[in-house]
Design a protein around this ligand. Structure first.
Ligand code: C2E
Ligand code: MG
Ligand code: MG
Ligand code: MG
Length: 285
């Protein structure tokens, strides 16, 4: 009896594995088709200068405009895209689309008769795999050539946990980015368990402090002290800091008092579809 029971558990387990694998395979195919059908879009979340409340620019955040499911966030597809290598074509598309959008905004602003003040930056997320792809640098150069967008307005965000910050053999990719006058930013700073040595070793322009630091800043004295220390270290190293995930007025007040200059979060705005971001940009000028 025991034996047959064991077998049935085993079969149930196998069945689950099978379903999961099947669901993943299906999603993988859907992502592939979605890319082909141009169902991916970029949303844009404002980055704010906390000293004068002015818009600095936007972080681009990918969404999947799925024919049945509607707007799907990266949580539901980025991991699988990374596991299957689909992140490479997706990432190259993101890079191109983000730069094209920035170029459009720049042209619009520069060609308009208004006395515009904000020439926006764009901050684009890169995956490690994409950086290691041999297509990355040629694609980047093509985009810069095609759009003639000023590279000084492009920031590339790489998560702190990316192996590229620890490996010598791929550092030339980071150097190549910086050679093109593009800014290099560390994303999710403070979550990567990595040594801080890259801060002085590599040409980093800025840090995006992970939102877990700011969420309980009102009640957690230790986190507040850590933010202060990070801001001070960054300032001494000449590295800029954006605090991510600012949601309340109180959080804003605290980080402003600490002297933080850049912020991003739902308090200012959720990520917006391109037309809405454009409206905000042009009305802020
Ligand atoms: P991330 O780069 O750290 O982006 C910040 C995430 O926090 C975004 O989630 C954003 O919508 C969300 N967020 C912004 N403000 C707040 C806030 O005040 N409160 C809370 N709770 N959340 C806030 P999203 O858009 O779902 O993106 C999740 C992650 O997916 C990103 O984290 C990034 O790692 C990845 N991702 C997004 N777009 C791309 C892309 O184009 N390429 C790659 N490789 N990864 C991307
Ligand atoms: Mg990011
Ligand atoms: Mg982040
Ligand atoms: Mg992230």
């Amino acid at each position: 009896k025991a034996k047959s029971q064991k077998r049935s558990y085993y079969q149930v387990f196998q069945g689950d594995m099978h379903n999961e694998a099947l669901a993943e395979l299906q999603l993988e195919n859907e992502i592939r088709q979605g890319l082909e059908a141009e169902e991916f879009i970029l949303y844009y979340q404002p980055i704010i200068n906390l000293t004068n409340n002015q818009l600095k620019g936007f972080e681009s955040l990918i969404r999947w405009n799925h024919p049945q499911k509607g707007i799907v966030t990266p949580f539901h597809f980025i991991n699988l895209a990374e596991q299957t290598g689909l992140i490479i074509p997706i990432g190259l598309w993101v890079l191109k689309e983000g730069c094209k959008q920035l170029d459009k905004w720049h042209n619009h602003i520069l060609n308009s008769s208004d006395n515009h003040k904000t020439i926006p930056i764009i901050s684009i997320n890169l995956s490690s795999q994409e950086l290691n792809s041999e297509k990355f640098l040629p694609t980047l150069d093509n985009i810069l050539k095609e759009t003639k967008v000023n590279p000084e307005y492009i920031k590339l965000e790489i998560t702190e946990s990316s192996p590229i910050f620890q490996e010598q053999s791929t550092q030339y990719i980071l150097d190549a980015i910086v050679d093109r006058n593009i800014q290099l930013w560390i994303d999710d700073f403070g979550t990567g368990y990595s040594s801080l040595s890259y801060l002085h070793r590599l040409p980093i322009n800025g840090l995006k402090l992970d939102r877990c630091f700011v969420t309980d800043i009102e009640t957690n004295q230790k986190k507040a002290k850590m933010i202060k220390a990070i801001l001070s270290l960054a300032f001494d190293l000449g590295v800029e800091v954006i605090i991510e995930g600012v949601e309340t007025e109180k959080q804003l007040e605290i980080i402003q008092e600490m002297g933080c200059i850049w912020g991003q979060g739902y308090l200012f705005s959720h990520p917006l579809p391109p037309e809405k971001a454009g409206d905000i940009l042009l009305s802020s000028n």
